[in-house]
Write a protein that binds this ligand. Structure first.
Ligand SMILES: C[S@@+](CC[C@H](N)C(=O)[O-])C[C@H]1O[C@@H](n2cnc3c(N)ncnc32)[C@H](O)[C@@H]1O
Length: 293
């Protein structure tokens, strides 16, 4: 995995949706965790895997004092987590948890375990979870309103990388030499390639930032800016986007295996889907249940 999560959490976000949620998760996800927290006894020992900057731990502790631990493979932001309450461990992976057997009465994870090596992490979860303990995992679903649009953006980003890069390079060279008539031809060529070759929608292409980058070049065609540097920044961002989205889509695909393995271990469980309160779109899939004994 790249270290993009470290970069992300260092920006001080609380949730994994950037500015998409004010303060913390809202709506159906928030309700899911508030309702799950009611099952927990005061002062229970709770572990949140792939905690990020601790959004879930904050939700769980809204009306209850808990002993919370959050671990994440990435480096998380101490100033954000300090205000939440709990022990937070960066650079700590689900596959190798630094805790004793049966240490926790509850283990939770949201949009996290499915990113891990499930064969190892599930064993670890049930090792550190007390025999009478409970768990709740909220996972990505390939058809969710979170994953599906991002899978389209991934297609668009790959299309740009494979089909548009060389024309972009030609365009930038023309702008550099102020060959503006030829540059216009390349702008047109890019539009034509996208219109003829990428049929999966304007929104997905917007998600790659290519339209914004082309606008930037158009607006600056008479200026003397470092076009090559701008292109190199755009291409770096595109590569990062592709890596991040591959990871998301792979994680969503792994959720089914995760649920299967949890069901094989747990003595009693309840699984279901979480839908958006306003539009009814699928947000995530979940499994909650009791440990093995
Ligand atoms: C989509 S974010 C979710 C963060 C948080 N649970 C939330 O709901 O806001 C996924 C997090 O899982 C972490 N992660 C991915 N693989 C992991 C692993 N094997 N062990 C621990 N954390 C992992 C990432 O670093 C990232 O912070």
């Amino acid at each position: 995995m790249s270290d993009h999560w470290t970069n992300y959490w260092q920006q001080g976000h609380l949730t994994s949706f950037g500015n998409g949620f004010k303060n913390n998760y809202q709506g159906a996800l928030q309700q899911f965790w508030y309702s799950f927290a009611k099952k927990l006894e005061e002062n229970s020992t709770v572990l949140d895997i792939g905690t990020g900057n601790g959004a879930l731990i904050q939700l769980l502790q809204k009306d209850k004092k808990l002993n919370c631990y959050g671990v994440d493979q990435a480096k998380i932001h101490p100033e954000v987590t300090n205000s939440i309450g709990g022990v937070f461990l960066s650079n700590t992976v689900a596959e190798n948890l630094p805790f004793s057997n049966d240490e926790f009465s509850c283990v939770v994870a949201q949009f996290a375990l499915e990113y891990s090596q499930i064969n190892k992490s599930i064993k670890e979860v049930f090792r550190v979870l007390d025999g009478k303990g409970i768990f709740a995992f909220v996972c990505h679903h390939p058809e969710s309103i979170i994953v599906k649009p991002n899978a389209l953006i991934l297609d668009a980003a790959n299309f740009v990388k494979i089909n548009i890069t060389s024309t972009l390079t030609d365009l930038v060279n023309c702008l550099d030499y102020k060959e503006l008539t030829s540059a216009e031809c390349y702008f047109d060529e890019i539009d034509t390639k996208i219109n003829n070759g990428f049929k999966k929608g304007f929104d997905a292409m917007q998600g790659t930032n290519l339209p914004a980058f082309l606008n930037f070049l158009r607006q600056n065609k008479y200026n003397n800016i470092d076009y090559k540097k701008a292109l190199s920044l755009f291409m770096n961002e595109l590569e990062l986007l592709i890596l991040r989205l591959i990871e998301l889509v792979d994680a969503a695909t792994q959720s089914a295996t995760l649920l299967k393995q949890v069901k094989a271990i747990s003595t009693s469980y309840d699984e279901g889907k979480i839908f958006d309160n306003n539009h009814g779109g699928l947000l995530a899939t979940y499994i909650i249940g009791k440990s093995t004994i």
